[in-house]
Design a protein around this ligand. Structure first.
Ligand SMILES: [Fe+2]
Length: 259
């Protein structure tokens, strides 16, 4: 099974909300989508880890849906701090089994892959959080027997990048509870996230963890402990193609797209 992991398109219909976002973010997103659509063998599903839009307006989501139209495979999304829940529910409510209630959590399955999506959006804030109800929901799902791999999809990484200022804006409330849950899980577990705008992998609490880069902009790498927030950098962009063969193996490829 092939899964494309994309993140942080930040598309906008009128004007960007975020200073670093490139003016042609929609065109960049279309190039990524075209590459996924043309991939051979075909990609089985797309996991989009948040900041789908830059401002969350209904016009932004209409543009996003138009951009994603060439993709025939299932697309699983989670909200980022730049998204709006009502817009996402309207855009994806017919294809994604969102749980009842305001948060856009859900569980889905494709083949033997289980997807557990966590809504980490805190209205009006850059950082993310999961509340005790969400932690209980996730614990309940993880306690159900499952033979294949499990992906937890969320926008704000619960694991560190080492880029201090960006980690301070990542998952805050609920991070420790989530950490205990991940450490206790006995099975193949992947956590896919976004938000950092710089692609990297980690092993955290025994899980394979990954942040997807953003075609809208990418942050420079600065691992000095007291470094200021990094600016953007013109580096090649790649999305990830995960090759999953049950519990047997996981291979992760970078697929470069010229933007
Ligand atoms: Fe973002």
């Amino acid at each position: 099974m092939l899964i494309a992991h994309i993140s942080d398109f930040h598309v906008f219909a009128d004007a960007p909300e975020t200073a670093l976002v490139r003016a042609d973010a929609a065109d960049a997103a279309r190039k990524v989508v075209a590459d996924i659509a043309a991939h051979q063998p075909p990609i089985d599903a797309v996991l989009f880890t948040g900041d789908l839009t830059d401002g969350g307006s209904s016009a932004d989501y209409a543009l996003l849906c138009d951009i994603l139209k060439p993709l025939p495979m299932p697309i699983f999304v989670v909200p980022g701090n730049h998204d709006k829940r009502c817009g996402m529910r309207a855009a994806f409510g017919e294809t994604i089994p969102f749980e009842p209630g305001p948060a856009l959590n859900y569980a889905a399955q494709i083949g033997d892959l289980r997807i557990l999506a966590l809504d980490t959006l805190v209205n009006g804030e850059i950082h993310g959080a999961v509340d005790p109800v969400q932690v209980d929901w996730l614990a309940g799902k993880l306690s159900q027997p499952h033979a294949g791999p499990t992906i937890i999809a969320m926008h704000h990484p619960p694991f560190p990048s080492g880029i201090t200022k960006l980690d301070e804006m990542a998952l805050q409330d609920g991070q420790k509870a989530l950490s205990r849950l991940i450490a206790a899980y006995d099975g193949q577990l992947l956590i896919l996230a976004g938000h950092i705008h710089r692609p990297f992998q980690a092993i955290w609490q025994g899980a394979f963890c990954q942040v997807g880069g953003g075609p809208s902009f990418q942050h420079a790498l600065d691992l000095r402990p007291h470094a200021p927030e990094p600016g953007s950098i013109a580096e090649p962009y790649a999305y990830f193609v995960l090759r999953l063969t049950g519990q047997e193996s996981l291979t992760n490829h970078k697929r470069y797209v010229s933007l």
